[in-house]
Ligand binder design. Structure first.
Ligand code: SF4
Length: 222
């Protein structure tokens, strides 16, 4: 079967998967219209992530090599991003790592400030990271971990084929919308009250327009 290979300038941001799974319009406002607005939740999230990324870039603890803020990509998915942490576990079925004895399997760990969510948006982001690691290291990555700041607990996530198919489908939809430069119309939902773009999206006033058009109109009229 023919498999598309994306060029680097076509890559989309891996972290956009959670925006897209949360609300397609939110993703398009951020990634197509380049609008972004911090709210309390994103500001706390940024501080939390900075703490993770401030730590030493790599260390070895027993049979585990820990790499922080590791860039990842996939040319078959057409995405790139960064893993908060990748743990390389010594494993006879793993792959060689430059400058290290033995063979290892990489497992992604994503840090979240809050508590586990009712939706699977964090899981999808983690699975996309695992898929990038599989492609980069030519090995199976069958699990990853989500660490939640509120519960101080690390959850093990199985990387199943079903989750991989869902990630692939979401990323294909993202590429299609990005290519068309299309921002989906407002569909008010329960998510809107938690949305960092609520003010820019204007879910009530702006039912059929792009947020940029609306804002430009407001500025020109002002
Ligand atoms: S306010 Fe609602 S419709 Fe608008 S981007 Fe946010 S979640 Fe989507």
């Amino acid at each position: 079967m023919f498999m598309k290979v994306y060029k680097q300038d076509e890559y989309l941001m891996l972290s956009g998967i959670q925006h897209f799974a949360f609300c397609k319009r939110q993703w398009a406002l951020i990634h197509i219209e380049n609008l972004w607005q911090d709210n309390y939740h994103t500001a706390i999230g940024n501080v939390f992530h900075e703490k993770v990324h401030d730590a030493a870039s790599a260390e070895k603890r027993g049979n585990v090599i820990i790499s922080r803020a590791m860039p990842v990509h996939s040319s078959t998915l057409g995405i790139s991003g960064e893993c908060d942490v990748v743990e390389f576990h010594l494993d006879k079925n793993g792959v060689k790592i430059k400058g290290r004895e033995g063979t290892y399997i990489p497992y992604p760990i994503e840090y979240k400030k809050g508590a586990p969510k009712k939706t699977d948006i964090d899981i999808l982001q983690l699975v996309a990271q695992a898929m990038c690691l599989e492609e980069m290291f030519c090995c199976d990555v069958n699990r990853g971990y989500l660490f939640y700041g509120q519960t101080r607990h690390r959850e093990k996530i199985e990387v199943t084929q079903k989750l991989k198919d869902k990630v692939t489908d979401i990323i294909q939809q993202m590429h299609m919308l990005f290519k068309r430069g299309h921002t989906p119309k407002v569909k008010p939902s329960k998510s809107c009250s938690l949305c960092s773009l609520n003010d820019l999206c204007l879910p009530v006033l702006c039912k059929n327009k792009s947020a940029r058009e609306y804002i430009e109109k407001m500025i020109n009229e002002g």
